[in-house]
Design a binder for this molecule. Structure first.
Ligand SMILES: [Cu+2]
Length: 288
């Protein structure tokens, strides 16, 4: 009983708000956690602004909900048949009617202005430093780098029985060839599909773009810190929908350039590239 009560309590939005304000426990790495509340930690300026907007909305929603709750409690106590045996019979009050029309309009305007600004900010970036193309297939992603010698590769889920946790692989999230991006770079992301509608979504980047056959959609990222980030296809696309994750490895600019130089010829897979680097390092240390 106590267990269910605790679970119920953890679902209260009030605690979610507290969680956002006080709990940096999800900050370290970028994928969903069991019993996580709130949004994933922001890794791009877009997600930072989305998080700010979301938090602002929570305060407004809580204020409205608490105000309405207090009004209801007041009415139940003050105007029940015992406390108020002979009810008044009037039915209109112009001032109150104006207030309950105008106040919600003001609240909506307060919400709409930052909302529209955010919408345009997330839409596209002017003069991007590079372009990456993400193409949805049933059921995996393909990535292309038109600015880096047309590197292209597919990115396929690592099956459950091949997951190697010692390498930090995660079930249903890790792929054979992750998308590799440089940090601190404005990257235009072109999203399309070749078969059905997919959706390219990475929560900590604040992006979620439909991949539509025969159409090109655009979004952008600028990843602040190196790290591994995860996302999913977020449009029901058939039986493999839950098995086409997005794994993104963000590298400092110079490391990205080193990978990109090799990727065109030998090592499109970042993992193979890393293993190759490690063997090279151990061979040269043997020669010393
Ligand atoms: Cu899909």
């Amino acid at each position: 009983m106590k267990k269910y009560l605790t679970r119920f309590l953890t679902m209260l939005p009030a605690l979610a708000l507290l969680d956002i304000i006080m709990n940096p426990a999800f900050a370290a790495d970028h994928h969903a956690k069991p019993w996580q509340m709130g949004l994933q930690n922001a890794a791009t300026p877009v997600m930072e602004r989305i998080t700010e907007f979301h938090n602002m909305m929570l305060y407004i929603i809580f204020a409205v909900a608490i105000f309405v709750l207090l009004l209801l409690i007041y009415v139940v106590i003050r105007f029940n048949s015992k406390a108020n045996p002979t009810p008044a019979t009037f039915s209109h009050h112009s001032l109150i009617e104006v207030i309950w029309t105008v106040v919600p309009i003001i609240i909506l305007i307060v919400v709409a202005v930052p909302s529209m600004k955010l919408l345009y900010y997330t839409d596209r970036v002017e003069n991007p430093d590079m372009t990456i193309k993400a193409v949805g297939y049933q059921w995996y992603w393909g990535y292309e780098y038109p600015d880096n010698g047309d590197i292209s590769f597919t990115s396929i889920l690592v099956p459950d029985d091949e997951i190697d946790e010692s390498k930090g692989q995660k079930r249903l999230l890790s792929v054979d060839n992750p998308l590799v991006v440089p940090t601190q770079t404005n990257i235009q992301v072109i999203v399309s599909s070749v078969d059905v509608i997919h959706n390219f979504a990475v929560p900590s980047f604040g992006i979620k773009k439909d991949a539509i056959p025969g159409r090109v959609n655009e979004t952008w990222i600028n990843v602040k810190e190196p790290g591994t980030y995860y996302g999913f296809c977020s449009e029901l696309c058939g039986k493999g929908h839950g098995f086409m994750p997005i794994e993104v490895i963000a590298l400092p600019k110079d490391e990205f350039d080193a990978w990109a130089a090799q990727a065109g010829t030998d090592y499109a897979s970042y993992h193979e590239y890393k293993a190759h680097l490690d063997t090279e390092a151990s061979v040269s240390s043997l020669n010393e």
